[in-house]
Design a protein around this ligand. Structure first.
Ligand SMILES: C[S@@+](CC[C@H](N)C(=O)[O-])C[C@H]1O[C@@H](n2cnc3c(N)ncnc32)[C@H](O)[C@@H]1O
Length: 274
């Protein structure tokens, strides 16, 4: 039986989610929240949304918050998503790296979901960097959802997720695991070890990265649910850890009308630090 969500209860979630994640749920989202979370309430043996609200607020680990966000938004991702951006990067990579004194590359995939984005970055570098192995490459990959991160850490994907990848990339990046009808593809340990996955809420977690510099930041299809104030602040923080010339990649449906003094549009939803 479906558990009802009253307007009063819905407003509690709205307020909490806005404060914690910067997502502003419109009043019309009442049905969506009710529909998507009913199963979760059943799993937890809870009989009202008020009880679930209390459960969510009490969970200081952030795990349930990640679950909530996954339920009301989307974790959809794929390898080499936003083809135009990878094409652009093919032409721009050498210029981005030319001023480096050391053979060291640091990249942040913020809102990495189940790992396709950070692993694509490595596959891309493997294809486009001369002497890939001689570079010290570290990718920081963060997300608010523990569930997607645990998938990402293992780096195991179904055949349909990898079937569009060129054969030579497949061979260099994955190992087959399983048997019979249960064959899966796992990212090779030599690539996985270059990625550090971390639970990190872009909106409320302290900005621990302020002493870092990233050669590139990917934050694609993450801020679509954020309101303007939240998006402004998240982007402002990014600009403080990008050296001059570094690109910031957003999702193809995302564009910036702010930060014109620090970021310039140079490609399809790609902004360069001025
Ligand atoms: C649609 S996926 C995008 C994945 C990948 N960047 C891409 O473009 O394919 C959005 C991801 O952002 C994460 N996310 C949403 N709000 C977040 C927040 N406040 N802090 C960190 N991650 C967040 C979600 O958990 C989800 O995995």
């Amino acid at each position: 039986m479906e558990i009802e969500l009253s307007t009063k209860e819905f407003n509690l979630f709205r307020q909490y989610i806005y404060e914690k994640v910067g997502i502003s749920l419109s009043e019309q989202k009442n049905t969506l929240v009710k529909g998507r979370l009913n199963k979760r309430l059943n799993q937890l043996g809870l009989t009202s949304f008020h009880a679930y609200y209390e459960y969510l607020v009490r969970d200081t680990s952030g795990e349930e918050l990640g679950f909530f966000v996954s339920a009301i938004s989307t974790n959809v991702t794929s390898f080499f998503r936003e083809t135009a951006q990878w094409k652009w990067l093919e032409g721009a990579l050498l210029t981005i790296l030319q001023s480096k004194k050391e053979k060291k590359i640091r990249i942040w995939s913020a809102g990495c979901s189940s790992g396709e984005e950070p692993y694509t970055i490595l596959m891309f570098l493997q294809e486009n960097l001369q002497n890939f192995e001689s570079w010290d490459i570290k990718i920081l990959a963060t997300d608010i959802s523990e569930k997607v991160l645990s998938h990402a850490i293992h780096g195991i994907y179904e055949e349909k997720q990898i079937e569009s990848l060129p054969k030579h990339i497949l061979l260099k990046s994955f190992q087959k695991i399983g048997q019979g009808n249960n064959i899966k593809y796992q990212i090779l340990p030599s690539l996985r070890e270059k990625v550090t996955f971390r639970l990190y809420n872009l909106v409320t977690d302290p900005f621990i990265l302020k002493n870092n510099q990233f050669d590139m930041i990917f934050c694609r299809n993450v801020m679509i649910y954020f309101d303007d104030v939240t998006r402004f602040e998240v982007i402002r923080r990014f600009t403080t850890i990008m050296p001059k010339g570094a690109p910031l990649f957003l999702g193809s449906s995302e564009s910036l009308t702010t930060h014109r003094d620090t970021l310039k549009l140079i490609g399809s939803s790609i902004y360069q630090r001025l």
